[in-house]
Design a protein around this ligand. Sequence first.
Ligand SMILES: [Zn+2]
Ligand SMILES: [Zn+2]
Length: 479
Amino acid sequence: MPQDSAPQLFFIGAAGTVTGSATLIDYPDNGSQYGRRRILVDCGLYQGREGPASPSAVPLFPVDPSSIDDVVITHAHLDHAGYLPRLQREGFRGTIHCTPPTAELLTLVLTDAARVAGNTTGSTPPPYRDADIRATLALLRPLAYGQWRELGNNVRLRLWNAGHILGSASAELSGADTALPEHIVFSGDIGTGTSPLLPRPEAPSGPAHLIVEATYGGRNRAALSPTQRRERLCQLVLTGLRRGGPVLIAAFAIERTQELLADFALLHDRGLLSAVPVFIDSPLASRVTSIFDRRLGPELQGIMHRGNFHFIAGDSGSRALDQAPRSAVIVASGGMCEGGRIRHHLAAMLPDEACTVILSGYQAPGTLGRTLLEKPPHVEIDGQTVAVRAEIATMDFYSGHADHAQLLDWIAARRHQPGALFINHGTDPARQALAAALRKADLGGSGIYLPAPLERFALKPAGASSLGPAPLNSARGSG
Ligand SMILES: [Zn+2]
Ligand SMILES: [Zn+2]
């Protein structure tokens, strides 16, 4: 196949970082199996230190958005979907494909991101307006797991349950048949297979080319059973309450909060912490929980509701929690302490040595959560210097990401042989550690590639060739 009729991959974002996911696949018209189709997989914002210092510094998209036919959103995290309204504003008018739960969650998170950014001086406002969000949501076309959708010009899409958050998917793209070299699987973010609310990650075997995430490349977590994890949670909370309390848990509004509630409910049912009020202080988490209530199977119905759980609605209720009973747990978003109600609780509780702050999940470099992990004497919160005397604890056992060994298992299960394996969505040390382990296990297919930002590749039946970093064409319009 001549190079100019081979599909091309263009690594727009998350190439050497864990946020800003965006990868373009360009199917040219090859005259027989498929025609021209330009598909973007994920359209995320950069966050934390990886993000721009100001909204005006958000880089223009390096591809003309009006030339993109389809966007596939693997899941509703902002670093995978948060740039969508901006893409629409700059001219994208194609179809956005995602699972039905992702479509529901996107409606909430895009609106919430705009609202939180408007209220918080510490975070970067998203680069779009409410009208852009509404126009974007009108382009959503949900697709259930396991069903092929014809996108046009003989290019097809199928979504697989990635087990990372509710609705998360790995995306499979192919020509009319799954012949080489146009059969590609994007892992998206891969889950751990140990959540009480999510299935083990699924994906097809035998794709020509793989694009895999590497958030936890080179790092393994202690293998805890769901029961052991619940016991660790219970111990952490009891230790915090013995210091005097309250215990503040910084949790992502999607998935982590619901997973914690399910575990608090199961503890409650064993008579543990059942008299301790658990305040869920996040309007977004409360709305997301109702989506879970509707979307979870019958065996999990009611799992996030017990008599000692209180969902806080208004801002005044949230402020009042700073005078809450000492023997209480407050679960607030956001998970990396960059926005949301967690910030005013931190300002109130960090100076108090009786309080305990528990961080759950990945804390990206440059976020307040990451700073707190280093236990500094004081931190800046919304222009205010706040002393840190509270206990800072972590719960990495609740990560939504496959660790190193689980990533290797996932890749091995794809029985990946003929083509290229691209590792993105990870820092360079994480990507290199995963690449080294894959080579050692002979799982690298015909080549392992760690794409650089804006690097393009031509896909071949057995491998890929780099075309170097270069924009396809410049974006129209500006800020
Ligand atoms: Zn994610
Ligand atoms: Zn991600």
